[in-house]
Design a protein around this ligand. Structure first.
Ligand code: HEC
Ligand code: HEC
Ligand code: HEC
Ligand code: HEC
Length: 115
């Protein structure tokens, strides 16, 4: 029994520290600004998406090497530019698109844009 408890503690420490490595890399919660001030900012549970839901970083940070993730806004601006969709379209495609596909997560305007 004692041995088991010790083993369990070791396993828990291992799991916990593996978790913190990921946590250090992925911001916990992000407020995504409404750059054109036409809607309300969107609160995005960033860490939950990569840990609890297990979505790979590169699924969203599709142009960045691991560990070099940058803001989507670095490339996606207020207006569409050449091949690069606008920030709004990139967000809607990515966020709403996945929620619709999975039948889970918010899909209605006010679910994301709390007014
Ligand atoms: C899954 C979440 C989600 C849903 C659902 C959603 N949006 Fe958004 N939307 C965003 C995010 C994230 C942004 C970028 C941040 C921001 O502008 O608040 C955005 C941006 C916008 C913008 C640009 C705002 C600005 O000032 O830059 C408009 C307009 C907008 N959404 C309208 C809508 C409308 C209308 C609906 C419903 C038909 C909708 N959105 C549904 C997440 C969502
Ligand atoms: C479901 C989509 C999604 C997943 C999965 C995701 N991210 Fe993000 N991440 C975002 C969005 C959206 C932002 C905010 C971008 C903005 O403000 O333009 C962001 C912001 C960041 C930022 C801050 C960038 C900056 O300079 O402001 C870092 C760092 C980051 N993510 C790292 C990660 C890492 C590491 C992982 C995987 C462990 C990950 N992300 C998984 C969507 C995601
Ligand atoms: C280094 C520049 C860059 C960054 C950073 C970037 N994108 Fe993109 N994105 C692009 C370009 C360029 C396209 C046009 C199509 C292509 O080349 O893949 C694009 C296209 C898209 C599309 C359209 C569908 C597709 O995949 O082609 C979505 C959705 C998208 N980006 C979401 C995001 C999100 C969400 C983030 C942040 C987590 C992000 N992008 C960060 C450059 C970038
Ligand atoms: C690849 C799939 C995928 C992508 C991309 C994605 N989500 Fe989600 N999201 C989910 C799933 C699945 C859930 C439902 C989780 C649940 O019900 O437990 C969810 C839930 C949410 C919730 C509700 C969380 C809660 O606690 O109720 C918000 C808010 C949200 N997502 C915002 C976003 C935003 C903003 C983006 C884009 C930056 C985004 N999501 C991108 C899959 C995704």
């Amino acid at each position: 029994m004692r041995k088991f408890a010790t083993l369990l503690a070791v396993v828990m420490v291992a799991v916990f520290s593996a978790g913190t490595i990921v946590a250090a890399d992925a911001p916990e919660k992000i407020t995504i600004k409404d750059i054109q001030k036409t809607k309300t900012p969107v609160t995005f549970p960033h860490k939950d998406h990569s840990t609890k839901l297990g979505i790979k970083c590169a699924e969203c940070h599709h142009k960045d090497a691991a560990g070099k993730e940058q803001s989507c806004f670095a490339c996606h601006k207020a207006e569409k530019k050449g091949e690069t969709p606008s920030f709004k379209d990139a967000m809607h495609d990515k966020c709403k698109g996945c929620h619709q596909k999975m039948g889970k997560g918010p899909t209605k305007c006010n679910d994301c844009h709390k007014s």
